[in-house]
Write a protein that binds this ligand. Structure first.
Ligand SMILES: *[C@@H]1O[C@H](CO)[C@@H](O)[C@H](O)[C@H]1NC(C)=O
Ligand SMILES: *[C@@H]1O[C@H](CO)[C@@H](O)[C@H](O)[C@H]1NC(C)=O
Length: 341
């Protein structure tokens, strides 16, 4: 009995000694804060007084992939632009938009007679409210392919690689028929707005980019009565898409992209830019395909015959050059994989 107590005491002392030595070592290697951060629930700040060089303490979110795009502390530049709390899409639970969003967003359009709240309330009577899918979780790895429409995809043979991602995001008039080898044939999310709308196969998320309130009224109409036939131009009045898979990008998220990522270059961000920043908030790993000019410097869509038709680059509404710089920076900082040929 006596003997056993001595052994216990010895074990206790040894344990304390071990912890002290280990703590010293870990302090030197900065291992301790990482280990502590890993034990903390997401969103809980690290206790004050721990070494500050280890930036996982900012927000120790982590996913099940090798690298997680939302993890802070790897790129100071990224951390200055990325706001993990931004909600990428609207849900029925929160349809009130901050005053600053409204001020900016309503400037992009003519008044419609209905308030934003009225329009959103009607919308959620037609479409299902999407389930929020944040923050990242350690039990899953959401890989996304964001596929732009650049002619540089022609001959790339990226099809199988694009198809291998859990989420495949395409945009505007994107088509895959006849280009499967280069662009793949899977689509999980299709980002569009009234003027660029296409019919979607069953099971694909229609992701509406609302440049104006009228666009939200349009998506309701396009999925039901088809009464809205024009915005500032004639638009497709009926769209084939699953009503319970519609996602509407949050105007506040739109403004965040304009403020923090394109930094007010152009009047508002392009579809490609919004698609990419959207993916940084719904994916854990982001691979980007089909952005930018082709190998000869021409801006055109991969399905277009006329390679010199890329007039959209010179419209001045978006700043293609600045956006390309941001995309290249994201790649250089290891946040996205930019696939070019
Ligand atoms: C994509 O192509 C493969 C191989 O041809 C085919 O099995 C699959 O059904 C296609 N998927 C879609 C969504 O079209
Ligand atoms: C609703 O969303 C906005 C951003 O769109 C956010 O600022 C606000 O805090 C949210 N409100 C609630 C109650 O979650």
């Amino acid at each position: 009995m006596h003997c056993k107590r001595k052994i216990c005491l010895c074990a206790l002392l040894c344990g304390i000694l071990f912890v002290m030595i280990a703590t010293q070592t870990m302090h030197r290697t900065n291992f301790l804060p990482i280990a502590m951060a890993a034990l903390l629930p997401v969103g809980v700040a690290m206790p004050a007084g721990t070494p500050s060089e280890v930036t996982v303490e900012l927000d120790g979110v982590s996913c099940g992939c090798e690298t997680c795009v939302a993890d802070l502390g790897q790129s100071e530049w990224f951390d200055q632009h990325y706001e993990p709390q931004q909600q990428p899409f609207l849900t029925a639970q929160n349809t009130s938009l901050p005053a600053l969003t409204l001020k900016w967003w309503m400037r992009l359009q003519r008044s419609t007679g209905e308030t934003v709240e009225e329009v959103l309330e009607k919308m959620f009577q037609v479409i299902s409210s999407p389930l929020p899918d944040w923050p990242p979780r350690q039990d899953r790895c959401r890989t996304c392919a964001v596929v732009g429409n650049s002619g540089n995809l022609l001959g790339s043979k990226f099809g199988p690689l694009i198809n291998s991602h859990t989420t495949v995001i395409r945009m505007n008039k994107a088509t895959t028929l006849g280009f499967e080898e280069d662009v793949g044939n899977r689509t999980t999310h299709h980002i569009l707005y009234p003027e660029s709308a296409v019919d979607l196969p069953p099971g694909v998320h229609l992701v509406l980019l609302p440049f104006k309130l009228r666009d939200i009224q349009w998506v309701v109409s396009a999925l039901t009565t088809g009464e809205i036939k024009s915005t500032y131009m004639r638009v497709k009045n009926l769209v084939k898409a699953d009503k319970d898979k519609v996602i509407v990008v949050n105007p506040t998220f739109f403004k965040y992209t304009h403020d923090k990522w394109t930094e007010h270059h152009g009047r508002y961000p392009s579809t490609g830019m919004l698609a990419l920043i959207f993916s940084l908030h719904i994916c854990d790993e982001v691979s980007v395909f089909g952005y930018g000019a082709d190998q000869k410097g021409n801006w055109h869509h991969y399905w277009e015959k006329n390679k010199l038709s890329g007039a959209f680059r010179k419209t001045g509404v978006h700043s293609a050059d600045f956006e390309m710089q941001v995309i290249k920076k994201l790649a250089a900082e290891g946040k996205i994989k930019l696939h070019t040929v």
